[in-house]
Design a protein around this ligand. Structure first.
Ligand code: FAD
Length: 380
């Protein structure tokens, strides 16, 4: 394997690096609304400069480039400590892969340009890992006065990231009462301004408000807002999970490498006192990071050979989570109380690393996926 840039890749990297140096915002504000504003501006600036949707098909507004360019983008942003790019992940790909022509026309431009924000309404108070058991119902109602049929939605979602700042929700709901569990769900495109929908923010233990509970009380959407066919919801959800991982992992590696390099420099220059125990912990963190880096490069190689995202993404999620949690733990342990009391980036990154083993499927669920869908082990 040769990971050096080709001439074209090196030229792309050079242009990108210069652009990031000129345009990246500095520290993100702590105030959540101000932070979202800065991120929105950043994502729109990236879009206008042509850095968004690099691997997305040209016919849908992307650039149709090889995944290696997406990896370079994430690498450079991570190494510069710039905010990540907008996630052209599962929601955008859901609409590209399963949406009607009308869905694609209506929603892809806003998603790519970050002018319209979306959230994902899957989890419920009693259905997180056991997603197939979700209870939110969408019942098809045929009008008697000749107006178009609608789905009437009742139920509750929870942990919906960024719902308070979003305009649309990709909602997984139970539509087919007479079907077995995995054929009973549908994916619906729901405007958050729909009457009968109430979005209430949740303040996290760390004081941020990126989550919400979303309540549906007779909220109605046209039947055309079903993505794919009624009953396809579970299949779509499972296929999309693979799109949560990908070249963005290169960016995680770059960000973590930056964090560890800064810590190492602080220890070497005596800015942070560290004895043999702390130095051994840093060495351990380096080893984990290097293993993660090699794994991510291998995944990228197979992506370049044409493989599409699948259940193997769970291996990446497990490794990224382990490395990120270890590095953040070492960073705080070596820096000590000063970093905690400073209430700055370090403690924020530490809290975020704890959430890594829950969102997008917990560690245990990822291991189940690896066991059953990658290794083909029996369920019991
Ligand atoms: C930062 C963050 C962002 C999130 N964003 C969103 C979002 O935008 N949209 C959304 O819909 N959800 C979101 N979630 C919710 C997330 O998907 C769920 O929290 C997650 O799927 C776990 O579900 P749960 O919280 O109900 O825990 P539970 O499913 O109740 O799990 C509790 C514990 O039991 C274990 N467990 C459960 N079932 C099994 C099993 N079969 N085998 C082994 N162990 C098992 C789990 O691993 C876990 O340790 C987010 C969560 C976080 C932390």
């Amino acid at each position: 394997m040769d990971y050096r840039d080709t001439t074209d890749e090196a030229a792309f990297r050079g242009r990108l690096r210069a652009w990031i140096a000129e345009h990246a915002p500095g520290h993100l504000p702590r105030d959540p609304d101000a932070r979202v504003d800065v991120l929105n501006q950043w994502h729109r600036a990236m879009y206008q400069a042509g850095w968004v949707g690099l691997t997305f098909p040209v016919e849908y507004g992307g650039h149709g480039m090889s995944p290696v360019y997406e990896a370079i983008l994430n690498d450079e942003l991570g190494a510069a400590g710039a905010p990540p790019p907008p996630a052209i992940g599962h929601i955008t790909n859901a609409i590209r892969l399963f949406g009607s022509d009308e869905h694609k026309r209506a929603h892809l431009p806003g998603l790519l340009s970050s002018t319209v924000r979306w959230c994902q309404g899957f989890s419920e108070p009693n259905a997180g890992s056991d997603l197939a058991g979700l209870r939110t119902r969408a019942v098809r109602i045929e009008a008697t006065d000749g107006s178009p049929a609608v789905y009437r939605i009742d139920g509750q979602k929870i942990w919906t990231s960024e719902a308070v700042w979003s305009q649309w929700c990709l909602l997984l709901a139970r539509t087919e009462a007479d079907q077995p569990a995995h054929r009973a769900l549908s994916m619906l495109l729901v405007p958050l301004s729909t009457p009968g929908l109430d979005c209430r923010e949740i303040i996290t233990a760390y004081g941020t408000r990126e989550f919400a509970e979303v309540f549906f009380d007779g909220a109605e959407v046209p039947v055309e807002n079903v993505l794919g066919r009624p009953g396809d919801g579970w299949t779509i959800a499972m296929q999309l999970l693979g799109y949560e991982r990908g070249p963005a992992d290169v960016g995680w590696v770059a960000r973590l490498t930056r964090m560890l390099t800064v810590l190492e420099d602080d220890v070497r220059l005596g800015r942070v006192p560290a004895g043999p125990t702390e130095r051994r912990a840093i060495a351990h963190a380096w080893t984990e990071l290097r293993a993660l880096q090699l794994h991510v490069q291998r995944t990228l190689s197979s992506r370049l050979d044409g493989s599409t995202p699948g259940p193997e993404g769970s291996i990446d999620k497990l490794l990224v989570t382990r490395a990120e949690q270890l590095l953040n733990h070492v960073n705080l342990a070596v820096r000590g109380a000063a970093a905690i009391l400073a209430d700055g980036d370090e403690i924020e990154a530490y809290f975020w690393s704890r959430a890594q083993s829950i969102f997008g499927g917990t560690q245990q669920i990822q291991r189940n996926i690896v066991a059953q869908r990658v290794l083909g082990l029996p369920r019991r």
